[in-house]
Design a protein around this ligand. Structure first.
Ligand code: FES
Length: 104
């Protein structure tokens, strides 16, 4: 993991349990979500028609796009109805109360 180029995105305290946030490291639209204390990072745009996923609802590890209800698994980025459609998942880590994402 030390080979990754980690980019600071926000303080961990600003992302409560069950919350979603949008961050833009180097201009890339990324969704962060925290479930059971773990933070996940996925593409911030829906694979259907590009709606912003930071407006999604969240239930467990499933987020639902606000536009047409496509659902994705935060663990894998997979579209629930067809695993062939997948959001890119990014590596994320928490260190000293700060969250970092790797784009590589
Ligand atoms: S844009 Fe997300 S479901 Fe249509």
């Amino acid at each position: 993991m030390s080979e990754k180029d980690w980019i600071y995105v926000m303080d961990d305290s600003r992302l409560p349990e069950g919350a979603i946030a949008a961050v833009y490291p180097k201009g890339v639209n990324i969704l962060l979500a925290k479930v059971l204390g773990k933070v996940y990072a996925l593409d911030g745009k829906c694979a259907h028609m590009g709606c912003p996923l930071f407006c999604s609802s969240i239930s467990g590890h499933i987020i639902t796009c606000p536009c047409h209800d496509w659902r994705y698994d935060l663990l894998t980025g997979e579209f629930i109805d067809s695993s062939e459609i997948k959001l890119r998942a990014y590596a994320v880590k928490a260190e000293n109360g700060r969250l970092f994402v790797s784009l590589t």
